[in-house]
Design a protein around this ligand. Structure first.
Ligand code: PMP
Length: 319
């Protein structure tokens, strides 16, 4: 089987960091943080015996920088520590130390608008599963630029299909844990791609809508916003939380309650949220046109608010 490559919403453009939109890419190698040192990207390596490579046993975060301001850094890092706690992995530095290391990595690469990937590996161990055979977990920080959906996607909207791969059951692998094991999402992503869609809708075993492969989902009906509760198996998205806050501040009712595809097909508006996608309108789901087939008014207002607030609501990296 061949998978055609197409622009993805989460493509790290590691070869050409830029410091401002529209400026010429700088022909410099990224400096990757691993365990307190910086390495040029070609030399940024961890052991093949690290259990994150062998088993996907590790945790990570994807974070955005807007105009030199890291969006909701503390919340991302708190989620990282919670994910690590769940899998009984001790991150070998404090949250404050990690905050400093993330900021330093952004500065070192002169990133003003970009994407940060923080990975905590389980460390090198024996070839068996046992995580207690591992020592020396690695803290990896990459700061780079990111290729988003085309601007047209935000103005015209995205098409989704529902895929057969169901979201992991909460009692098997709780989606609140942002682990390095993303095969559930990747299988769904492949099915979405095979069906001609850039993002795919995942359900649970009862047919309730859970989330997409890398994004949370919202439906708007009669000016009320609905999003699946995280206990159904969705990641507790930072962008999701931000949008809920903003929508409530704008006076909209937001309900976190289970719903099926019926509510999407018959909804007035639909949109996705995620660190890479930000807030993106959805206009077709499983060949049903949502609302009038155009990005909805409330969705557009929320996207506008998101774009204004991201550069204000965060951790300033540069003086
Ligand atoms: N769900 C999944 C499965 C994801 O991978 C992501 C991206 N991290 C999201 C939702 C959106 O979460 P956030 O807003 O924190 O990026």
């Amino acid at each position: 089987m061949t998978l055609e490559t197409q622009p993805s919403e989460e493509t790290l453009d590691t070869a050409s960091p830029t410091n401002e939109a529209g400026k010429e890419p700088k022909a410099v190698s990224l400096q990757v943080y691993i365990g307190g040192e910086f390495y040029p990207e070609a030399e940024a390596k961890v052991s093949v015996f690290d259990h994150t490579l062998l088993y996907g046993d590790g945790v990570f975060e994807g974070i955005r920088v807007y105009e030199g301001c890291i969006f909701r850094l503390r919340q991302h890092l708190e989620r990282l520590y919670d994910s690590a706690k769940f899998i009984m992995l001790d991150i070998p530095m404090t949250l404050d130390e990690l905050t400093q290391a993330v900021a330093e990595t952004v500065r070192k690469n002169d990133i003003h608008d970009g994407y940060i990937r923080v990975v905590i590996t389980r460390g090198v161990g024996s070839l068996g599963l046992a995580p207690w055979s591992c020592n020396d977990p690695q803290v990896i920080i990459i700061a780079a630029t990111i290729q988003l959906y085309a601007e047209e996607t935000y103005t015209k909207g995205l098409k989704l299909i529902t895929v057969p791969t169901m979201r992991n059951r909460t009692e098997s692998l709780n989606a609140r844990v942002k682990s390095c094991n993303y095969l559930n999402n990747i299988l769904a992503k492949i099915e979405g791609h095979n069906g001609g869609c850039e993002e795919a809708l995942m359900l649970d075993a009862n047919g309730f809508v859970v989330e997409c492969t890398g994004d949370n989902i919202f439906v708007v009906k009669n000016e009320v916003l609905f999003t699946p509760p995280v206990y159904l198996g969705a990641l507790d998205g930072i962008t999701r939380g931000f949008i809920i806050e903003q929508a409530r501040e704008m006076g909209y009712e937001v309900r976190e309650e289970p719903f099926t595809r019926y509510e999407i097909f018959t909804g007035d508006e639909c949109f996705l949220t995620g660190t890479a996608a930000e807030a993106v309108p959805v206009v077709v789901v499983d060949e049903r046109v949502v609302g009038d087939g155009k990005p909805g008014a409330i969705t557009k207002r929320l996207i506008d608010v998101f774009r204004i607030k991201t550069a204000q609501d965060g951790y300033q990296v540069y003086d």
